[in-house]
Design a protein around this ligand. Structure first.
Ligand code: ADP
Ligand code: MG
Length: 158
């Protein structure tokens, strides 16, 4: 695992970052954790990332549905939001998706996961709102993904 800090100055930066990152996942599935307060940009990131994966459907916040699944060009995107279920992640059948090697699972509010699931991510983005538009993102991930970000998203590195 390696870490890198990004500065995302506005929505256009977020779009570029998410689209570029999505390209990495053409050839492999992943579990991506998203942490950050309400309004930090977790769903917004996911919407751009989904576009980058070739999802044609409109991606909406899963806060009330908890889970939605979308078909991308090469793989499925599973989008979770644990805010409302918090400790009740068991018995929902989610593990089947999280342990799939082909899909991308994005989990908003991953900090609510029970301990046993806390290390199953290959990428974790922690979003901090500096102002309404400017976000700092702490990125922790597999070495290969962080190297990719350093190569292709270097304009956003702090
Ligand atoms: N740089 C940015 N990155 C992401 N969202 C931003 C940015 N600047 C402004 N926003 C706005 O902030 C809001 C973030 O909301 P949302 O993505 O739903 O947050 P969360 O899912 O973390 O609760 C959206 O209205 C989005 O348009
Ligand atoms: Mg959200």
């Amino acid at each position: 695992m390696q870490q890198v800090q990004l500065k995302i100055a506005n929505l256009l930066d977020m779009e570029k970052f998410a689209h570029t990152l999505a390209k990495y996942f053409k050839d492999e599935g992943a579990v991506i954790f998203l942490d950050g307060d309400l309004g930090a940009g977790k769903t917004t990131f996911t919407q751009y990332f989904a576009e980058g994966l070739g999802v044609k459907d409109v991606v909406t916040s899963p806060t009330f549905n908890i889970f939605k699944r979308y078909k991308g060009k090469n793989r499925y995107l599973n989008h979770f939001d644990l805010y409302r279920i918090q400790d009740n992640v068991y018995d929902q059948g989610f593990e089947e998706y999280w342990y799939s090697n082909d899909d991308i699972s994005i989990i908003e509010w991953a900090e609510y996961l029970p301990n046993e699931f806390r290390s199953m991510f290959s990428l974790k983005l922690s979003l901090d709102s500096i102002t309404e538009d400017v976000k700092y993102i702490n990125v922790l991930g597999k070495n290969s993904i962080i190297s990719y970000i350093k190569d292709y998203c270097h304009e956003f590195i702090r």
